[in-house]
Write a protein that binds this ligand. Structure first.
Ligand code: MG
Length: 398
């Protein structure tokens, strides 16, 4: 019965809108898989015409079998090896995005690799960019949003916190906005002592309490760099002062974020934690889609809130510092962190070294005008500085 109602609602909603073409970038990753689930449930609304993956060739081919008319792009492979993959390499991916000319592009690519594809999507004339790649906004938000405005492309966030804030501001306006309260799970180690944190190994960090995500974002959640990046993302995306953003630790991840207004009212967006909801909101915006996830059972809920421990998780205050300094500091923060996380995952540095590396990289001068070229130069330079610091830490440690 419930399924019948769902299908009827989905059918009614889709009949009211034209079937829209869609490109899913990072289609075999965590965001991509959730997006595909939403697309399958609403197959009358969306027609996938492009899927991209970085190295998961097999996963990409499986999608190609299911959606036979969609083109396939494998950005991590240099040469075409058979006729089933249509585009390869980074250039191939940009070409694929341009040729597809999809109405909607979902960017679920992880890390700074997602930046150029976001620009390619806006350049290709998509009417909506559903953005799960926070690095696009952290590194080049100002430039991308300006370009999107020029090209009449609506950028809708898919990050669950920003999706929540986006929806709350749509509903309540922002005239008397006082603060944005970003919720944070606090990561798996929020109760750990400094000594315990020093002993954390990659395998300990890769078990996240609530969300099932990729390795990079899972480590970022454990160090709270993820929330740091989200603070910068919120500042750029919603064009608010850094000091208007407050982080609230909420381990249950049921309240996805809140906004407070000058009269003291606070509005929250809540649901069971499930990435399909922000994806669905972005795909159907400004409509509300039929429900795909379970309703909250308030009788079974205990919600708690606390302040983040900024001494224990310094990547959070460092992100505030990067956001305030503007210029290329956000790019440097992101690049240093990406580099440090991959070194940690490779067993080259300890968990707490990630903090040391990002802090030291940010002490350099990252002022300068914001152009794409300057961003990529700063990204490269910050990675080199991070790698040098890591080598020093490693040498000191042996
Ligand atoms: Mg998030």
């Amino acid at each position: 019965m419930r399924l019948a109602v769902f299908l009827f609602l989905a059918y009614t909603l889709c009949m009211a809108t034209k079937k829209r073409t869609i490109a899913v970038l990072g289609a075999t990753g965590s965001i991509g898989r959730s997006a595909l689930d939403v697309i399958r449930r609403n197959s009358g609304c969306f027609e996938p015409i492009l899927f991209s993956a970085h190295t998961d060739r097999r996963g990409l081919l499986v999608l190609g079998e299911e959606f036979r008319t969609a083109k396939l792009a494998l950005s991590g492979q240099d040469a075409l090896s058979d006729g089933r993959i249509h585009y390869t390499g980074e250039e191939g991916l940009y070409q694929a995005i341009a040729s597809a000319g999809a109405d909607i592009v979902i960017n679920g690519i992880a890390g700074s690799a997602g930046l150029a594809p976001s620009f390619a999507a806006v350049d290709a004339g998509c009417s909506r960019l559903c953005l799960a790649n926070k690095e696009t906004i952290v590194m080049a938000g100002t430039i991308l949003l300006e370009k999107a405005r020029e090209k009449n492309c609506r950028v809708v966030p898919v990050d669950s916190e920003h999706s929540a804030v986006f929806q709350l501001l749509e509903a309540h306006g922002r005239d008397s906005l006082d603060r944005i309260l970003l919720t944070a799970s606090g990561g798996p180690f929020r109760r750990f002592s400094h000594e315990q944190l020093a002993r954390v190994m990659p395998k300990d960090a890769l078990t996240h309490p609530t969300w099932n995500m990729g390795a990079k974002i899972t480590i970022d959640s454990a160090t709270m760099a993820n929330k740091g990046l989200e603070v910068i993302e919120a500042v750029r995306l919603f064009d608010v002062d850094t000091d208007k953003i407050e982080v609230v630790v909420h381990p249950q991840s049921v309240v996805h974020s809140m906004v407070s207004f000058k009269d003291g009212s606070v509005y929250a967006q809540m649901s069971n934690p499930d990435m399909r909801l922000p994806i669905q909101s972005a795909l159907f915006y400004p409509e509300k889609a039929p429900i795909t996830i379970n309703n909250l059972d308030f009788s079974a809920l205990t919600l708690t809130f606390e302040s983040p421990d900024v001494e224990k998780f310094p990547l959070l205050p460092l992100a505030y510092q990067a956001a305030r300094l503007e210029g290329l500091y956000s790019t440097a923060y992101n690049a240093a962190n990406e580099e440090a996380v991959s070194l940690f995952l490779a067993g080259r540095i300890g968990f707490l070294d990630i903090n040391v590396i990002v802090r030291e990289v940010l002490q350099k001068d990252w002022s300068g005008g914001l152009t794409l070229e300057a961003i990529w130069n700063a990204d490269r330079k910050a990675r080199n500085v991070a790698a040098t610091i890591a080598t020093q830490l490693f040498t000191r440690g042996i």
